[in-house]
Design a protein around this ligand. Structure first.
Ligand SMILES: NC(=O)C1=CN([C@@H]2O[C@H](COP(=O)(O)OP(=O)(O)OC[C@H]3O[C@@H](n4cnc5c(N)ncnc54)[C@H](O)[C@@H]3O)[C@@H](O)[C@H]2O)C=CC1
Ligand SMILES: C[N+](C)(C)CC(=O)CC(=O)[O-]
Length: 483
């Protein structure tokens, strides 16, 4: 039977919870006295529908039903999970739990999104404190897996286990916090950075933008894939965490922070940290960790390039600043020169099939720009669409290899642009890609004749290339020549 979640408080976080439960197939009832709550949640849900299902490579369950309730009782009655996400005010939350417990099932789980209150604090005054746990999520709740699951001694272990299972079943990563503490784990870390940042702005050392650049161009990327301790283990070089502590331990006594209450780096603490770090990361050598870190960073930074944001936008600016090559059209044009990125390789240890098309598509894009079909031309309403592609995989190539693509224009007449790309590593022919494109109107989505400078440039190149030998493999069908 479809399960039901009641979301009490449908703001930033409640809206995110509603989206996650719904997209994971739960029915969701929302109670929020804000007359704007329905509009806000509907908008958040639209974003979540575009973003969350594509994170999975499997089909998510059918979306559940969303309803808005005019009372707490109608929202929580019979619900399997109740998620409280009202503002961070202790008394408000405590009063609400009493109202919720007057109507909800005894075996329902009540999770609180509180960023900092301990479960035992929230349980005070409740009818059944044992039913309430902290399930602290991270914004956006429908994308980020982390949820800190914090229990108090009043919570029976089987309820905590059920909570953990439920959170996993909606795709979250419940991190069980060993002991109650104000601010849990993650907000303690975030608060430290936040408090330092406030000082830096107040003291005029950095602007808000400069602080954000300091994070997103550098250590923020590292934290996303290895966290703090594994990153610093690598920073200790071959001697790992012990060396890191030896080198940077004394800095704890320097005025590097406004948060001056630091633990004494005693022998016992050093031993505790190094042995936990060994247990966490000791299965890999420092070199292996470095390679893994590099793979992760390349994949993440290339994803940011695609989004043209943060460190990725910076990389795009660096690329664009490269001088444009002077292309010679009397021979196939060397349209691409690049290295094979780490995230283009597969389980066979070489460039994966889809990336050949990726590289050839890049070559086509560059060729389009060369003849004048650039972003301004496309924004004005015309472009080319690829209608047929034939790729031959002739030899393998590994990550890091320098490749180039030479492009020959076989036909550039009327609406047709017929291109033949050859991909090489040095003199070694790796693959060919043959592509037929049609010039189109982006308004009608139909083919139309190109005019003006584009038509002239394309015809000029096609004429020059007509003098070249017809490429070996052009016009081939699949299987031709196979033994
Ligand atoms: N915003 C954030 O980054 C994060 C917030 N949290 C926690 O989530 C909780 C909610 O925070 P936000 O969503 O940011 O706040 P918010 O202000 O965006 O949303 C709170 C919602 O609760 C509603 N509300 C107020 N009184 C209510 C009541 N008596 N019954 C039902 N609904 C009521 C408000 O109308 C509002 O829509 C807080 O405990 C906060 O610490 C947790 C993780 C991240
Ligand atoms: C700022 N905050 C304390 C509300 C942050 C959180 O609780 C978690 C988050 O999403 O950063």
């Amino acid at each position: 039977m479809t399960k039901t979640a009641a979301i009490i408080g449908g703001g930033v976080i409640g809206g995110g919870w509603a989206a996650r439960f719904l997209l994971m197939g739960w029915n969701v009832r929302v109670f929020d006295p804000d007359p704007e709550a329905e509009r806000k949640i509907t908008e958040v849900l639209e974003n979540a529908r575009a973003a969350m299902p594509g994170l999975s490579d499997r089909m998510l369950p059918d979306e559940g039903a969303l309803s808005f309730c005019s009372s707490i009782s109608s929202a929580v009655k019979g619900a399997d999970w109740i998620q409280e996400s009202v503002p961070e005010r202790q008394e408000l939350k405590r009063t609400l739990f009493q109202k919720i417990q007057a109507h909800c099932d005894d075996n329902a789980i009540i999770g609180s999104s509180t960023s900092g209150f301990m479960p035992s604090t929230l349980q005070k005054g409740a009818t059944r404190g044992s039913q309430i746990v902290v399930t602290h999520p991270f914004n956006p709740v429908y994308l980020l897996p982390l949820v800190e699951l914090v229990a108090s001694p009043a919570n029976p272990p089987d309820l905590v286990e059920r909570a953990e299972e439920t959170l996993r079943s909606i795709g979250m990563y419940p991190l069980k916090v060993r002991a109650e503490i104000d601010g849990h784990i993650a907000d303690r870390l975030l608060e430290a950075v936040w408090r330092e940042a406030l000082w830096l702005v107040k003291d005029g050392i950095a602007t808000t933008a400069e602080i954000d650049e300091a994070i997103r161009m550098g250590f923020g990327l590292r934290w996303a894939q290895m966290g703090l301790f594994e990153t610093y283990r690598i920073a200790g070089g071959e001697a790992g965490m012990a060396q890191f502590l030896a080198q940077f331990g004394p800095c704890l006594k320097l005025p590097w922070t406004k948060l001056t209450d630091v633990p004494d780096l005693s022998e016992a603490l050093i031993e505790k940290i190094t042995s936990q770090s060994d247990e966490q990361s000791g299965a890999h050598s420092i070199r292996e960790l470095e390679r893994q870190r590099d793979t992760n960073l390349v994949a993440m930074m290339r994803a940011l390039k695609w989004a043209d944001w943060g460190a990725g936008a910076h990389l795009n600016i660096v690329d664009a600043a490269q001088p444009a090559p002077a292309w010679d059209i009397s021979k196939p044009i060397r349209i691409i020169q690049r290295a094979v990125p780490l995230d283009w390789t597969d389980y066979n240890g070489h460039m994966t099939e889809a990336r050949y098309l990726h590289a050839f598509a890049e070559a086509t894009d560059r060729f389009m720009e060369f003849i004048g079909c650039d972003s301004d031309y496309i924004a004005a309403g015309q472009s080319f669409f690829t209608v047929e592609t034939h790729i031959r995989h002739l030899d393998e190539v590994l990550a890091g290899a320098k490749i180039h693509i030479d492009t020959q224009c076989l036909v550039g007449k009327g609406k047709k642009m017929h291109l033949f790309h050859r991909m090489y590593e040095g003199d070694r022919l790796l693959a060919t890609g043959e592509h037929m494109l049609l010039h189109v109107s982006l308004e009608t989505r139909r083919s139309v004749l190109p005019t003006g400078a584009i038509k002239e440039k394309l015809e000029q190149i096609a004429q020059a290339h007509a003098a070249l030998p017809w490429p070996d493999g052009a016009g081939r069908a699949v299987g031709q020549g196979a033994k």
